[in-house]
Design a protein around this ligand. Structure first.
Ligand code: GLC
Length: 500
């Protein structure tokens, strides 16, 4: 991104497009704009709406801890605390070749991972973008698409120059399937979809075994693969991050969705006490914490914009925590504030604003760009508003937008800190400290997000909050899924399968 400070230049957008931008010198005289003071007054109002005090955070942490505990005690709770049947930590010696398929919120990814032991690995991967139609179409079609992409990948990576297969007759490649939606599991290679999240709505899938549906697609395309594990991205991230750094005890995804996983003592997962699993074992828990405070809305501070986001979503009431934090929603929250100010006649008087009035047009990536604008005149923000929404802005308005992005981004980070603090508190990790493997577009690309999570942890725990550090995680859906496939194979080889 090259932006000149003198009023013109070009920027590269997240979409890959390059955009030329120019500052207008007479803008403030041409159109009726809000004054600097008006914008400052409005900002104060939003500051009080979006700011979380340390005291409020501590209350949220307590309620969060109760929800985690309830989810472990009884099945089908709001925060479902899903036992993953991933038993304990990897040894770091896991090795071999594994395929991984990752159906996330935005992309589909196929990877070939070679685990080399000693926490080392190599990886080849291909990404495919999912269309909005695919997310809403028949579920089986979505899995067929996964199988089709997998077929292309295998044909490309497992044939020699003459197109002859490099696989032995009858050879099956072990595959870990990262399916990042809440699924009840009773075995590692099975999972009943509780509900779609992140805007997905593919039909005839909720309540069904998605592993089985995917197996049908594998058969249909006659793929030489054996699906050995169905995992969540957070669980994969937990295991992959621990493989390279054993200080990692928790994993969090901050992407299109938001969720966490950690390792629990089997004896404390009361709801599976009857399965006969040794009390000495440990099992990874996929918290599905995005559901915290769903339906009841008792603990989280929701503004009227959050309520609109919720009520106009395809799943009203659900994923209450996620809707305040994840990349799918932050841009929309900011857009709703802007629309309110347009309706009140504060912003863009006399300008056509219909482009801003379309739900979800304001991407969360714009918030990142706005916050990272390095120029005094905020040229990046001029660029975003003129190029995508055809409206002109004054410097005071741009400063306001940037401040607003900061408030929304900061609240997301501080709420995330509450979730992390709840797990840390529950597991007693505060004194010895631990690493939190974190991944996802928000964590990786949003400027200052990690620092704000850390500030939040200090606000909750005081100085000891410094003992808890988030670090950029290893690729959970690829590497993590391969390690879990290897761990599962090792258990199977010694007769510990499904779970005795
Ligand atoms: C959503 C999904 C969850 C996933 C998270 C991050 O919260 O329900 O399974 O881990 O997004 O991708």
């Amino acid at each position: 991104m090259v932006v000149s400070r003198r009023g013109s230049g070009s920027i590269t957008l997240p979409t890959g497009q390059t955009m030329a931008i120019h500052t207008r010198t007479h803008e403030e005289e041409d159109l009726p704009h809000a004054t600097k003071k008006t914008m400052a007054d409005h900002l104060r109002k939003y500051e009080s709406l979006f700011t979380l005090t340390p005291q409020r955070m501590r209350m949220i942490v307590e309620a969060f801890k109760d929800s985690l505990e309830l989810g472990l005690q009884k099945p089908k709770q709001i925060v479902p605390m899903i036992p993953t049947f991933v038993f304990g930590w990897p040894t770091g010696t896991e090795s071999g070749d594994f395929l991984a398929l990752d159906l996330g919120g935005t992309n589909l990814r196929v990877c070939l991972v070679t685990l080399q032991g000693e926490g080392k690995f190599e990886m080849t991967q291909t990404k495919y973008r999912l269309t909005e139609e695919q997310k809403q179409d028949e579920g089986q079609k979505l899995f067929d698409f996964c199988a089709e992409c997998l077929k292309t990948f295998i044909d490309t990576n497992f044939t020699d120059e003459d197109g002859t297969s490099l696989l032995k007759p009858g050879e099956l490649l072990p595959l870990g399937f990262t399916f990042s939606y809440p699924c009840y599991q009773t075995r590692i290679d099975h999972g009943e979809l509780i509900r779609w999240t992140k805007g997905f709505g593919a039909k005839n899938t909720e309540g069904r075994d998605v592993a089985e549906m995917f197996r049908q697609s594998i058969e249909k395309y006659q793929l030489p693969v054996a699906m050995t594990a169905l995992i969540n991205d957070t669980t994969g991230t937990l295991i992959a991050s621990h493989y390279v750094n054993p200080k990692t005890k928790i994993a969090v995804i901050f992407g299109t969705g938001c969720n966490a996983a950690y390792m629990e003592n089997v004896k404390d997962i009361e709801k599976i006490n009857d399965l006969g699993i040794s009390e000495k074992d440990q099992m990874a828990i996929n918290c599905e914490w995005g559901a915290f405070d769903s339906f009841e809305h008792e603990h989280l501070p929701r503004t009227k914009y959050d309520i609109i986001v919720d009520e106009t979503s395809n799943k009203p009431g659900e994923q209450a925590f996620e809707k305040l934090i994840s990349g799918r929603y932050l841009g929309e929250i900011l857009r709703l504030v802007i629309c309110e100010l347009i309706d009140e006649g504060v912003l863009f008087l006399g300008q056509e604003t219909y482009k801003l009035e379309i739900p979800y047009v304001f991407e969360t990536a714009f918030l990142s760009l706005m916050e990272s604008d390095p120029t005094d005149e905020l040229l990046m923000i001029i660029g975003i508003f003129t190029h995508f929404f055809a409206v002109e802005t004054t410097l005071a308005e741009r400063q306001f937008f940037r401040a607003l992005a900061m408030l929304i981004g900061r609240r997301a980070a501080r709420l995330s800190a509450c979730g992390i603090a709840a797990i840390v508190g529950r597991m007693g990790y505060l004194d010895e400290g631990c690493l939190v493997g974190a991944d996802g577009s928000l964590y990786n690309k949003y400027p200052g997000f990690a620092d704000r999570v850390h500030e939040g942890l200090i606000d909750v725990f005081g100085e000891k909050g410094n003992n808890i550090k988030t670090v950029h995680a290893e690729d959970g859906s690829g590497v993590g899924s391969a390690i879990i496939a290897a761990m599962t194979k090792a258990r199977r080889d010694v007769g510990l399968y499904p779970h005795v």
